[in-house]
Every structure is written in C-alpha cells, then in structure tokens.
Design a protein around this ligand. Structure first.
Ligand code: HEM
Length: 526
C-alpha cells in the first residue's frame, strides 16, 4: 500500500488540523461526500473525520489521512490502495490546506513514507505500539484487522500476549486459570491503582466471589427495572433542556446535554448521592479512569481524583450507617453474605466509587458512540425512528461496532494454559482486545460494516465469565429509553456542520469528548 508523508512547519498546527476535520464535517453535511465510492470525477472526497486537538483521521473515498499536530508542525500521512488514488488524495489535501493556510503561506511537499503497521507488515509488538499512539487510539480498527492477520493470540514478548480473536477473548474471560494481576503489597502503588485494586473489578477468588455476591444482592435486576420511570423522566427533562439550548440555532453538544448527565443522574439516584453533586464527578472520573489504560501509570491527577472521591464517600457512608435510606449505599453498608461476611470499610469505599464511575463513564460513551453512528447514517436513523429496526438490536450492534470498553487485562495464574493452541506461561500478562474480538472476521461476516439486522450479535463489550458487567442491564435500559425519545423529539437531528466531533484520547474507554449536533424540535413530544 503506497504511503506519503508531509511535514508542515507551523505554530498553528492544531488549528489547521481541526479546520481540515471541520471541512470534512461540512462536506458531509452538504451531501458532497461520495459515500458509495463511485469516482464520478477524478478527485478525492473526504467522507468522515474524527479528531482531537492533536490527532485526527480523515477517511477519504480513496484512502485515509492521519493527522498529528505538535507545537511546531503538522504531520500528515496519506495512505491509499494505489499510486493514482494516493496522488488524487495528496492533491485534494494540498489544495484545501493551501486555501485555509493562505495567510500563513502554507505549502506542503509530499514524500514517500514507509507503510504503516496495520497493513500486513507489523508484528504484535508493532501493533501494540501503534495502539498506544494518539492516532492508534483514534482509529484502532485497522490495527485490530492487522492483529487478526497475526492470529487470535500473539506474543508481544515472552510474558505479554495480545488476544484479539473472539473465541480466544471469550475463553480467557471465562477460564478460572486466568485472573486479575495480583496486587503487590496493599500499601504499594499509588492511590488510584490502590483504590481500583480494592474493588471487585480487580479482585480474584475468593474475595471476588464474596464481593460479587454482596453487590449482586443489592444491585438486583428488580431494582434496575424499577428505575425505568425515573430514567424516562430524566430523559424527558434533559431533552427539554436540549431543546432550549438549541433555540439559539447554533450547535449543541450531545455529550454535555444528554450523554453525560443521563447516566450520572441515574447512578446518583441509585446510590442516593445528591444530584446537585453530579457535575463534580465528570472530571474526577475522567482523571481516575486513566489508571485503566494499559501501561498507563496513573498520573498525579488520577491520584488526586481517587483521594477526592474517597473524601466524598467516607462521610456519606457514615451518614447512611447512622441513618439508612432506601438507596444502594445504605444497602451495601448493611449487606452480609451467607457466611456473615461483609465488605470491609476499604472495600465498601472502593466499590461505591467503582459503581459511580463505571455507572456513567461507559454508558456516556455508549450513548455518544451510538449517536455518532446515527448522524453518519440517515438511512438507519429513519429505520430506527420508524421502528423498522428494534432499538435493542441497534444497541447491541453499537456495542459490537464501537465498544465503550475496548480492552481489559488478565494474568495467567496456572501452569499449562493454552488459548487457541498458543501456550501461555504462568505469570504472563494478557491484553484482551474486546474491540477487536467484536470485529473478528471469523465470528462476524464483514465485521467493519455496521448492521443491526445481523443475527446472533453477542459482543463481548460487557465482558464474560465471573467479572461480567454488573450494570449491563442498566446501561442497556438507559440507551433503550434515550434513543427512541431523542429521535422522536427531534426529527431534524443532524451533525453540526460548524464543529467536528472530538474523540477522547483513550484506548480503553472509547468515546467522544464533544459531539456537536443541531436540530429543530417539534411540540408533540409525549
Ligand atoms: C455501556 C456501558 C458499560 C460497559 C460497556 C461496561 C463494561 C464492563 C466490562 C467490560 C466489565 C468487565 C471488566 C473485566 O472483566 O475486567 C465490567 C465490569 C463491571 N461493570 Fe460495567 N460496563 C458498563 C456499564 C456499567 C454500569 C451502568 C455499571 C453500574 C452501575 C457497571 C458496573 C460494573 C461493575 C461493578 C463491574 C465489575 C464486575 C466484576 O468485576 O465482577 N458497568 N463492565
């Protein structure tokens, strides 16, 4: 595959990057993009862009452009199937960039570049390395495709394996020989990691079973089902606010107005956390969950977030212990298992914080990722609105296609384990690429196609086995209430032509930072 690179020296690289992405959003809005790959004229058309301030990917009808902005330069890497397509892309990009950068007299020179791993020439180590870069995090799917070509399980080093096949990820999640990395001494590590390790998410048997049974006792399907009226009311209320914000006619951010506040309101209600506190949690959760990124040394910000959340929940636990209410904090304080086991004070704190953070970070991303797909596919939006596609099938396909959790980790805790014929030595670490498993061509036909009419969609997005997500019913319920109400209330919903969406620069928790939309409300909403 031919690849070309251009490096443009400019102090305003980030600005040009977002302008190039914004141009793509406008082209789409105006219906200029050639979605069907018909090369009506000899030019290259941008079709879809995903960018942050520093990184971006623009898919053309003839190939892909990856962008990177540093303080000093804008780096462009164009790839296409053949030289002619590459040349057309280079010309289209140069024309656009020279136009938007004419005041700075921007000019660019393309040079042939080595092919990127992800197209057959990268081993597991190269694939993992690329996944850890901003461009890899923005667009992991070509790298997953490359991982599938390596096989379902590949060694990165003697002690580290990349697992990308559906059957392989499913097996590791369920097999008792694999567990979570054993914590070192309880006093080692930083505050964020120590907090996570005290929670059910990172526990191994027998602690895991004890915590799981205590939490499952209070986080019951009935308690979740009973939340439906409260979720409906919360959605109606947020859509009212969205309509008000849209009156001015400019773009409104779906993440700010719906995708974040809905799950946080619901989980605060469930836990009995006063709703007035909910805006505090967004930056704290964002900082804390950095500790979930592979090899992500939890930063000082993650530690500070862990301490602030602990300071918030410690007095709340004491209050509920003294005066229990009808909420999950009170129920967990009181819960005992058959052996009269309870959660220790530290476990209680860690699990309450986990429930809060897991309760909205991921669901926020499910709502955003789902809407981004709809904005790109008016045909699907119409079918969902007309109930030709069941909302449950749409949600399962969103989970498969753009999973809010892209990876989890495990460690081999026994001797003689094998996965898909690959021997895994005891003590080895495994990165389970859930997002890749969900797009395994051995499990799904044409896996990169979004198709809610597929049969047997069973994504691994909520995990599997003993750690399968406790909140999966709740997340699905929130999405099942939100999408139909949103589409009914706003028949003219579309992506904002003025502002492109921004992805969060994360691999594990995949979602949008901002998803600007515009719409015209109608009155007969209920
Ligand atoms: C779309 C939304 C969600 C996604 C994609 C998701 C994904 C996941 C995944 C992949 C795991 C397994 C981690 C592993 O095996 O290492 C997990 C565990 C967990 N999730 Fe979720 N989750 C979502 C929503 C929620 C919600 C709404 C809650 C709670 C209110 C929640 C609470 C938990 C808890 C407590 C665990 C730990 C279970 C255990 O380790 O036994 N999640 N989630």
């Amino acid at each position: 595959m031919p690849v070309a690179e251009a490096r443009i020296r400019t102090g305003r690289a980030s600005r040009y990057l977002t302008q190039l992405c914004g141009h793509t959003a406008r082209m789409n809005f105006l219906g200029h993009a050639n979605r069907h790959g018909e090369h009506a004229t000899a030019t290259a058309m941008p079709q879809r862009a995903e960018c942050s301030d520093t990184d971006g990917v623009i898919d053309f009808d003839r190939g892909r452009l990856t962008l990177r902005a540093t303080n000093e330069e804008l780096i462009l890497v164009a790839e296409a199937d053949d030289q002619q397509d590459l040349r057309l892309m280079q010309d289209a990009i140069a024309t656009r960039l020279q136009r938007i950068g004419r005041r700075d007299r921007l000019s660019l020179t393309w040079r042939p570049a080595p092919a990127q791993p992800g197209h057959g020439d990268g081993g597991a180590a190269a694939i993992l390395e690329r996944l850890m870069t901003p461009a890899g995090r923005a667009q992991p799917f070509p790298l997953y495709a490359a991982a599938h070509k390596q096989g379902p399980v590949s060694a990165v080093t003697d002690g580290l394996y990349l697992v990308s096949g559906y059957a392989a990820v499913n097996q590791v999640l369920r097999e008792p020989g694999f567990g979570l990395a054993e914590p070192g001494s309880p006093n080692s590590g930083n505050d964020a990691l120590r907090l996570m390790k005290q929670s059910i998410l990172r526990a191994n048997p027998p602690d895991h079973g004890r915590m799981r049974s205590l939490i499952s006792k209070v986080f019951t399907p009935r308690r979740v089902a009973e939340l439906r009226p409260a979720i409906e009311a919360a959605v109606d209320d947020l859509l009212d606010q969205l309509a008000e914000a849209a009156v001015a006619g400019g773009p409104v951010d779906f993440m700010d107005h719906v995708a974040y506040p809905l799950p946080v309101t619901v989980i605060c209600e469930l836990l009995g956390v006063p709703p007035a506190d909910r805006w505090r949690f967004r930056p704290l959760a964002a900082d804390l969950t950095e500790a979930l990124e592979p090899f992500g040394d939890a930063s000082a910000a993650a530690d500070a977030a862990a301490r602030e959340l602990a300071d918030y929940f410690t007095p709340l636990i004491s209050e509920r212990r003294a005066a229990p209410g009808d909420d999950l904090v009170s129920a967990l304080v009181a819960a005992r298992d058959a052996n009269d086991g309870r959660l220790s004070d530290e476990e209680l704190l860690a699990n309450l914080i986990l429930l809060l953070v897991a309760g909205f970070e991921t669901t926020t991303n499910l709502l955003g990722n789902g809407l981004a797909i709809l904005l790109d596919r008016p045909d699907l939006t119409a079918a969902l609105r007309a109930q030709q596609i069941p909302v449950a099938a749409f949600i399962e396909e969103v989970l498969r296609y753009d999973s809010p959790v892209q990876a989890v980790t495990r460690q081999a805790h026994a001797d003689g384990l094998t996965v898909e014929g690959v021997a895994i030595p005891e003590g080895a670490d495994l990165i389970l690429l859930i997002g890749a498993a969900n797009r395994d061509p051995a499990r799904y036909d044409d896996p990169d196609r979004f198709d809610p009419t597929r049969t047997d969609i069973r994504p691994l997005s909520f995990g599997a086995g003993p750690h399968i997500c406790i909140g999966n019913n709740l997340a699905r319920l929130e999405a099942a209430v939100a999408f139909p109400k949103l589409l009914t209330r706003f028949p003219n919903l579309s992506a904002s032509p003025a502002r492109p969406p921004l992805r969060r620069d994360r691999l594990v928790l995949r979602g949008f930072q901002t998803l600007p939309i515009q719409m015209t409300p109608v009155d007969d909403r209920r």
